[in-house]
Design a protein around this ligand. Structure first.
Ligand code: C2E
Ligand code: MG
Ligand code: MG
Length: 638
């Protein structure tokens, strides 16, 4: 605009064409700059362009233009009148002042631009010799100096501002980067957190599941998968509490298999286990939603909430029928039966453990009677139970209160009827009532008192026998229960009794009941050998009542077999055959024989004909106290 104004407004004919040429070059440079600007504006601005090339093009354009202005002021200076000179100077000053800020982005260009624009023209005016021109030249130089400083300062400030802006931008970018990083980290963290939360929830569920599993496993009997004792009692207490709260009663069924021991003994423990699993399955299926448990061995429990007597009995009957259906176990066709005792809560007791005891007791009583129907606990049974409890308590002090004493029953030689041995039979005078050994010996075994009582009997019998002047050669037979025999102190007790009494060991016979052998074969054998090492004699008591196999008996070192009283009693109904078989076996084993329970002369005669060595029974004598033995011996001698 300024160039057009100068060329056309202040036109002089002699410079016209030259000015036009100048203007053309200026226009060309301006066009170049305009195109370069457009190129920057459209193409480069938003891209990562080559700043150095772009700057060089700008510098080139600016310097070219300032050069053109320099040429203008120098070439046309002479042709200018004062007005044109003043206007030209004004124009150049304006241009340089405009460039001051416009070119502040590049200090050297800004200064060079100002210097090229003003310095040559000002110098020419200063040295023209025309006063006004000199004055204008001075002003031009002064203006040039000040505008140069100003341009330099503006360029510094701009540079500083750009630098700061870039720095800020850098900081901002860094900040943005850090924020982005923070965001990313935050994102990762929150992802990780949700993963951790999810896995924690999973873990908690897993722990809960495992805990349930462990609780379940620890509450189940491993073989039958029914509740074990603890878990059953726990479940029973919950059911009982609920039923009592709602005013209903609970029935407890105590189920015990019959003859299970025989299955175990004859078919082996594997089949025994399989039978238990099968029966447990039947009970479990029968119990349905109610709880069923295994009390131990072949004993099972079932609880029936909201049940009265009739319901309990009919459920128990149905259960008995189900249990006794044939079983197909490991290619064995078996039939097992059971006995069930029932007790009611709260009618019979309010305690869960006592409820089980009462049902067990009812079952036990029923089993004694060999009856197949279930047995409900009754008050009579309760009285019985109380009496047994009384006896159990009384038994503890029986020795110290001197309530126990021994009776002796002679065992006589078959031919001469002379006493061969006297069997010591224990008696208990419990506050004036005579309690039989069949009642209290099992109690003593249950409570463990049998060891103390047995030791007392053995000691007493040995002392008594050592003092029998009436029968110095007769033996004393002492009954030893299997629990006593298997006690680790038994041999010590035996030695002590022999030492204290000074009784010859051959005069001591220990009677061990046959039915007890099967379970503890090896231990019994070891104990019998230890007894025999001491020259003490061993008899099998109640022979024929147990289920010992002959091969089993053969390995045991016996001296005498005592034929059970029941065979003598039933001599005419098959007993005789059994007795003959027993005598045959005894002969094979090299044992002597005693027949128990002889009550009549005929029995005695018959048995001696059959070849029995010794006889024992009421026919010869009932069990009598030690003091009466002498009289009895003297009696038979006369
Ligand atoms: P056991 O050893 O078979 O004793 C024989 C039992 O038959 C005795 O009964 C005896 O009184 C009875 N008896 C003997 N002859 C006849 C008879 O002709 N007719 C009848 N009806 N009975 C006769 P008791 O004294 O009641 O003893 C029962 C069982 O108690 C004994 O059977 C024995 O197994 C056990 N017992 C007795 N005393 C002791 C003891 O001190 N320790 C141990 N562990 N058990 C004992
Ligand atoms: Mg006996
Ligand atoms: Mg006997």
């Amino acid at each position: 605009m300024a160039a057009v104004f100068l060329v056309f407004a202040l036109d002089t004919p002699n410079t016209h064409s030259l000015k036009l040429t100048w203007l053309s070059v200026v226009a060309l440079i301006t066009a170049f700059r305009f195109i370069d600007w457009l190129y920057w504006l459209i193409k480069l601005r938003r891209t990562k362009y080559q700043a150095l090339g772009a700057r060089n093009r700008v510098v080139l354009g600016v310097i070219s233009l300032s050069l053109m202005w320099c040429i203008y002021s120098v070439v046309f200076y002479e042709s200018m009148d004062l007005t044109e000179l003043a206007l030209t100077f004004a124009m150049l000053c304006t241009l340089s002042s405009g460039a001051n800020s416009a070119l502040s982005g590049h200090k050297k260009t800004a200064i060079l631009y100002t210097v090229l624009l003003l310095t040559p023209a000002s110098c020419m005016a200063l040295f023209s010799g025309v006063t006004v021109h000199v004055f204008i030249g001075c002003l031009g130089i002064l203006y040039n100096i000040s505008i140069t400083f100003s341009a330099a300062r503006a360029a510094d400030l701009t540079e500083e501002a750009v630098k700061l802006r870039n720095e800020n931008k850098h900081i901002l970018e860094k900040m943005h980067q850090e924020i982005a990083q923070n965001d990313a980290v935050h994102e990762e963290l929150s992802q990780a957190y949700s993963q951790v939360t999810a896995s924690k929830e999973n873990l908690e569920k897993e722990v809960e599941r495992r805990t349930d599993e462990i609780r379940m496993l620890s509450s189940l009997d491993p073989l039958t998968q029914l509740y074990n004792r603890e878990a059953f009692i726990h479940q029973l207490s919950i059911t009982a509490a609920k039923s009592i709260k709602s005013g209903h009663s609970v029935a407890l069924l105590f189920i015990d298999l019959n003859g299970f021991k025989k299955v175990n003994d004859t078919l082996g423990h594997k089949v025994g286990d399989a039978v238990l699993v099968e029966v447990a399955g039947r009970i479990g299926a029968f119990a349905n939603d109610y709880q069923a448990g295994r009390w131990g061995g072949d004993e099972f429990l079932m609880v029936l909430p909201y049940a009265d007597h009739e319901t309990a009995i009919s459920v128990a009957n149905a259960l008995l029928a189900r249990i006794s259906q044939p079983l197909d176990v490991m290619s064995n066709q078996l039939c097992v039966s059971a006995t069930i005792g029932i007790a009611m809560l709260p009618e019979h007791t309010s305690s869960e453990t006592e409820l089980i005891q009462l049902a067990d007791f009812a079952m036990f009583e029923q089993k004694k009677l060999h009856l197949s129907e279930p047995r409900m606990f009754t008050q009579d049974l309760f009285e019985n139970l109380k009496q047994i409890e009384n006896l159990r308590n009384g038994l503890q002090e029986a020795i110290s209160r001197k309530q126990l004493y021994l009776c002796y029953q002679p065992i006589v030689k078959c031919k001469t009827k002379e006493p061969w041995s006297f069997e010591a039979l224990l008696r208990w005078n419990f506050n004036g009532n005579l309690v039989g050994p069949d009642t209290f010996i099992p109690l003593a075994e249950q409570t463990g008192l049998i060891h103390e009582i047995g030791a007392w009997v053995l000691n007493r019998a040995c002392i008594d026998a050592s003092q029998w002047q009436h029968s110095p050669n007769a033996s004393v037979s002492v009954n030893v229960s299997i629990t006593q025999l298997l006690d680790s102190d038994f041999i010590g007790i035996l030695d002590k009794a022999l030492n204290t009494s000074k009784l010859q060991p051959e005069r001591l016979h220990l009677e061990i009941t046959e039915s007890m052998f099967a379970d503890n074969k090896d231990k019994v054998k070891a104990k019998i050998n230890a007894i025999k090492d001491r020259n003490v004699q061993v008899s099998i008591d109640d022979f024929g009542t147990g289920y010992s196999s002959l091969s089993q008996l053969q390995t045991l070192n016996f001296d005498t077999i005592k034929i059970d009283r029941s065979f003598v009693l039933n001599m005419h109904q098959g007993g005789e055959a059994i007795i003959r078989a027993t005598l045959f076996i005894a002969k094979q084993f090299g044992c002597k024989t005693v027949a128990e329970g002889i009550e009549t002369e005929q029995e005695a005669l018959k048995l001696s004909e059959m070849g029995v060595d010794y006889l024992q029974g009421f026919l010869f004598s009932k069990p009598i106290i030690n003091d009466e033995l002498r009289r009895w011996v003297e009696n038979i001698e006369t």
